[in-house]
Design a binder for this molecule. Structure first.
Ligand code: IMP
Length: 428
């Protein structure tokens, strides 16, 4: 059964958008399964540059049906805007499908996200402020509203009347915020329904149908393994399952459908928001990487924290997702560096640490142990052939493979679709 998952191997922002666009040539469905518009996936090809937040990154390929699965939380205003932008650029988005089981990010979720962050003071998580966490809280509390609910106006109104008093009590009494009005939320929902009706569908059936016909389906991860609600650096995580387990739950498919799990790793590390990052470089090297790579959030514009490749965290990502292949991105950013470092272990108080700690307090104390690699002067930027990669850069890639325990079968050397080295065909 030919489903292939693309999973962020680090703290997100690994370049999944580019990789998904590159891999979409041979697939008929590209399906998002987790997260919301906290994601920002950049795609650059002959049709121009696109920054997707909800639209699956394979959407520019004409044969692709872009699917938003039940595991995604969707802010309808953001999606409508994205559809309009794509249409205005001449792209046909008529095939888009949104699961009728997907939960809606309501305006009160966005308000709550921002109020909760303010209330956390110095312990703020650094969320994207898009309402993603509170929308998942409502989903789990069974007080969420789903796209399918908008198809029955009377039921929808009853549902809003049922859930809003509690939401308003929390907003006003706990946070001192402004209450939301039932009629206003209801009217917004009707407006969203009118605009999005053609796209709302039981998409899980479409995905299963494609799989049963033997068509290739790409499962598009958002965020990364270290932001996964269970397996990430809790509590500094997002509120969904961004590792491969989320793909099955977020699309209604079984694990036997998944033929390949591809982990995306940047050639160095970045993180946005709060939480420990053992290899963070709070110096001119980190700043140089940030400037050269333009490491500023696609969604929020925040400067990303930069550091050396963390081999311990990456190896953990390989294991959690049982990766079949790794994909290395942004190798070109390291071009011209004299020495490139990779973290191969952690120490606390001079004593080696086993694996990747679950406790945030322990991870905060971890000091990286580095292995130095000789840098390369000849550029890798734009290369498309492994044989042309400078000897030292090859050694770096091979060293990473050994450290993380996974082959790096595809290497990205630039933002454009064609700036890619394929060492193995991942989707036959
Ligand atoms: P939330 O997902 O907006 O609740 O934010 C929780 C944490 O995940 C914060 O540290 C965010 O910066 C981080 N985060 C969420 N989405 C992304 C992403 O797409 N890339 C990188 N970090 C993200």
């Amino acid at each position: 059964m030919p489903a292939y998952a693309v999973i962020g191997g680090q703290w997100g922002d690994e370049g999944k958008g580019k990789v998904i666009d590159y891999l979409s040539e041979r697939v008929t469905v590209v399906a998002r399964f987790s997260g919301g518009n906290n994601a920002g996936h950049t795609v650059l090809n002959e049709k121009g540059e696109f920054k997707f937040h909800l639209m699956p990154s394979g959407a520019v390929w004409p044969q692709v049906t872009p699917v938003i699965g039940n595991g995604v939380v969707v802010d309808p205003d953001v999606l409508i805007q994205e559809i309009e932008d794509l249409r205005s650029r001449g792209l046909d988005v008529s095939k888009l499908q949104i699961s009728d089981r997907a939960h809606i990010i309501m305006p009160y979720h966005v308000a709550l996200d921002q109020l909760e962050e303010k209330g956390r003071g110095n312990s703020a998580l650094g969320t994207t402020g898009r309402g993603v966490g509170p929308a998942y809280v409502d989903k789990v509390a069974r007080t969420g509203i789903r796209f399918g609910d908008m198809l029955d106006a009377e039921g929808l109104r009853n549902r809003i009347e049922q859930v809003l008093p509690h939401v308003n009590a929390v907003i006003t009494k706990v946070h001192g915020g402004e209450a939301f009005d039932v009629q206003d939320i209801f009217d917004r929902c009707l407006n969203w329904r009118d605009q999005l009706l053609p796209f709302i569908a039981p998409v899980e059936e479409r995905v299963r149908d494609a799989l049963s016909k033997g068509e290739n389906v790409l499962l598009e991860g958002a965020q990364g393994t270290l932001l996964d609600l269970d397996h990430g650096t809790y509590p500094y995580v997002t509120s969904s399952s961004s590792s491969v387990g989320g793909a099955c739950a977020g699309l209604g498919i079984g694990p036997r459908s998944v033929a390949g799990v591809f982990g995306i790793f940047k050639a160095y590390n970045t993180r946005v928001g709060s939480g420990p990052m053992p290899t963070e470089l709070d110096d001119e090297v980190g700043e140089a990487i940030r400037q050269k790579a333009g490491e500023f959030g696609t969604t929020t514009g925040r400067p990303r924290r930069c550091g050396w490749f963390d081999g311990v965290a990456a190896r953990y990502g390989v294991i959690v997702n049982d990766l079949t292949s790794g994909i290395l991105t942004r190798l070109d950013i390291l071009d011209g560096m004299k020495t490139v470092k990779v973290c191969i272990g952690y120490e606390i108080d001079g004593k080696p640490v086993e694996g990747f700690p679950a406790q945030i307090n322990a991870l905060e104390k971890c000091k990286p142990v580095y292995r130095d690699f000789e840098g390369w002067t000849l550029p890798t930027a734009g290369l498309t052939n492994w044989d042309d990669v400078p000897r030292q850069a090859k050694k770096y890639v091979q060293g990473l493979e050994e450290i993380i325990g996974c082959p790096l079968d595809v290497i990205s050397t630039g933002p454009n679709r064609h700036e890619t080295i394929s060492r193995k065909t991942l989707i036959p």
